[in-house]
Design a protein around this ligand. Sequence first.
Ligand code: NAD
Length: 369
Amino acid sequence: MQLKITVLEGDGIGPEVTCEAVRTLHAVAALNGHKFDFATGKIGGEAIRQTGSPLPTATLDMCMASDAVLLGAVGSPEFDALPATHRPEAGLLLLRRAMGNYANLRPAIAYEEIASASPLRPEIAAGADILIVRELLGGLYFGEPRGISYDNGNSVATNTMTYSAHEIQRVARVAFDAAMRRKKKVASVDKANVLETSQLWRRIVSEVARDYPDVMLEHLYVDACAMHLIKNPKRFDVILTENLFGDILSDEAAVITGSLGMLGSASIGGEVGLYEPVHGSAPDIVGQGVANPVGAIASAAMLLRYTGKLEQEAKDIEEAISLVLKAGYRTPDIKSPIGGVMASTSEMGQLVIEALAEIADRRYAYHAV
Ligand code: NAD
């Protein structure tokens, strides 16, 4: 298998964690005889400093000419005073829109080994395994009109939430397809008691569900979903929701698992997939070697699964992560109150690579017998 991968490290801890994800991909290629070619581009604050734009044309062209994009994170306090369209985050929104990836898949897996890092009691969180499918190109983030105007000395801010049936159908199909490979349950989340967009959402999702008779569908209001996620996260399999609700619920689900640093994501549906950890640029810990690279490495696994169709290699990375956690290695964000071995960002990456080699050896030995 040959893959052309554009790497956008971005800002803050982006370069530190992406480096470990790329090293992991090199290891997978070497162990399995694949050829992954990497090219690097600038995005976010780093791109603004060098070119004045959060998404230079050269970066966008490079992304569109590749099979997949692996991104770190964007955002820096240095640019917080700029208008939204000039900030580093605008580069990511522009990239997502240009790539046409309308479905964002965010798994939230509460590994038993780090249950003590969750703010929930271990018996509530441990074992939760949720896939959040978030609509990524519609809703309030892109709706027009938008902006801030002035009316008789009074400032008025406007954002618009719009959804078409087509936008809902295509992301719903991604969620139902994913549920078919999992526990066959979809919770569709909306605010249909207040919003017309949600009423259309509920109707279209119910129509799509008729094509998936084996999948159990429930509709939940977003406020109820937020509550159930805290009370009993294990009741969920796939959660399907629109852009803004998905942004909020996926962070809530992430924190239940122990740390934002643990989780990867995939944005798919367009011609080129975009893979990135769910966390931001974490300016509070940048440059200290303490960032958890597991979310970036898990994103690399998703890249292999969804773009490369390399399911076994993706599973190997996920098993390698699990082995490292089982062996007690921890970055500070997932430290255990009862011991464990502290590992830096690069040590954690190295441990995952060593676990991958172990998994490959085990498989070789099994076949040799
Ligand atoms: P954040 O995710 O960067 O950090 C939230 C908290 O989680 C911080 O305490 C941070 O130290 C911790 N954290 C995050 N990732 C971690 C990791 N891998 N290992 C250990 N700890 C980790 O969110 P924020 O502080 O709200 O935002 C910081 C900047 O990132 C802002 O500029 C924001 O706009 C941007 N942001 C970017 C993205 C993205 O690139 N997709 C997503 C969210 C926020």
